[in-house]
Write a protein that binds this ligand. Structure first.
Ligand code: SAM
Ligand code: DTB
Ligand code: SF4
Length: 348
């Protein structure tokens, strides 16, 4: 429901063409922001931001070779590998997250995929975190159908599994699993009845056309992801992507704006990379339609803004955390009235 309580009426399309998406990226910046902000306020209260907290329940030692990741065992990043955390420890962190205003608690593990013997332990964490009144999310790598159903049965609301980049750039970044493997896991997650959290990373040296390609792949999924995390690469010493030329901050805002236009009913999360962003840049992202963040001083292994800085920013911008029940629009069942697909300058 929009801020004014009207029925939101933006079409949810699955037939976006690459050329249309590239044309959105090429719009004059004020025009693009105007269109994205119009879609945002037709679908959501633009003063509300959904707040999630992340916890790494199993850190480091990962056998995969994702070129951005500090947790891959093969890169020397100084991240120590740990075992799966005890449920009590996870619950303590979840209670703290709830007290700090989080509505969703996301548990991450540095696995290629969970072993079947890990599932009962993760299921216990999910059941107990949910019992605290938090939405639950997990990101554990590739899942089989059976594993996805077991996690759902334990009460898992969301599963995070990213496409990460455009299909044609993917081979530059990851060699130990295919794009299709990611699409298959997302299908298992949807079939098990969970909501999907799926996005990617920008600033890895991809071109604008490849950023458009990532968003095209996300918006062409059989159902738009319920949450779309847009991460700005956090460069970590020891990873192959350290030293990549920094993305122009305005190009990052453009990516958020285009994601908002393509997937109007999804939560667009301003995800990794906030620690290095100015308050002004984050404000532009909220204007461009971002309506979710990770809150708390750590992501999985890297830093996030101090909680005080986030609270002060919300206060200065007149934003407030979204309650659990509102953070759950059904991404594919909303109907439309603002058409953000008009040609450039149509609003001029
Ligand atoms: N191992 C599981 C997997 O890969 O699906 C779950 C955890 S993995 C760390 C989750 C996501 O974090 C990745 O898909 C990637 O998009 C993001 N990520 C990891 N390292 C990052 C970095 N240095 N900068 C930005 N995003 C990062
Ligand atoms: C996502 O897209 N971003 C989050 C969450 N999903 C799991 C992870 C960001 C990780 C950043 C690097 C780190 O802290 O290790
Ligand atoms: Fe492993 Fe996930 Fe990091 Fe890839 S992103 S190296 S799968 S923890």
């Amino acid at each position: 429901m929009s801020q004014l309580g009207q029925v939101p009426v933006v079409p949810v399309r699955h037939d976006w063409r690459r050329e249309e998406i590239e044309a959105l990226f090429a719009l004059p910046f004020p025009e693009l922001l105007h269109r994205a902000a119009s879609v945002h306020r037709a679908m959501f209260d633009p003063t509300e931001v959904q707040v999630s907290t992340l916890l790494s329940v199993k850190t480091g030692g990962c056998p995969e070779d994702c070129g951005y990741c500090p947790q891959a065992a093969r890169y020397h990043t100084g991240v120590a590998a740990t075992k799966l955390m005890a449920t009590d420890e996870v619950l303590e962190k979840a209670r703290q997250a709830k007290a700090a205003g989080a509505s969703r608690f996301c548990m991450g593990a540095a696995w290629r995929s969970p072993k079947d013997r890990d599932i009962p332990k993760v299921a216990e964490m999910i059941r107990e975190v949910k019992a605290l009144g938090l939405e639950t999310c997990a990101t554990l790598g590739m899942l089989s159908g059976e594993q996805a159903r077991a996690l759902r049965a334990a009460g898992l609301d969301y599963y995070n599994h990213n496409l990460d980049t455009a299909p044609e750039f993917y081979g530059e970044i990851i060699h130990t699993r295919e794009y299709q493997d990611r699409l298959d896991t997302l299908a298992e997650v949807r079939d098990a009845g969970m909501k999907t959290c799926c996005g990617g990373i920008v600033g890895m040296g991809e071109s604008r056309a490849q950023r458009a390609g990532l968003l095209h792949a996300l918006a062409s999924l059989p159902a738009h992801p319920d949450s779309v995390p847009i991460n700005r690469l956090v460069q970590v010493a020891g990873t192959p992507l350290q030293g990549t030329v920094e993305l122009d901050p305005f190009e990052f805002v453009r990516t958020i704006a285009v994601a908002r236009i393509l997937m109007p009913a999804s939560m667009v999360r301003l995800s990794a990379g906030r620690e290095a962003m100015s308050d002004e840049l984050q404000a532009l992202c909220f204007i461009a339609g971002a309506n979710s963040i990770f809150h708390g001083e750590k992501l999985l292994t890297t830093g996030n803004p101090d909680t005080e800085r986030d609270l002060a920013l919300f206060d200065r911008l007149g934003l407030r955390p979204m309650a659990v029940t509102e953070a759950d629009p059904c991404a594919d069942t909303v109907h439309a009235s603002i058409d953000a697909t008009e040609p450039a300058h149509a609003h001029a």
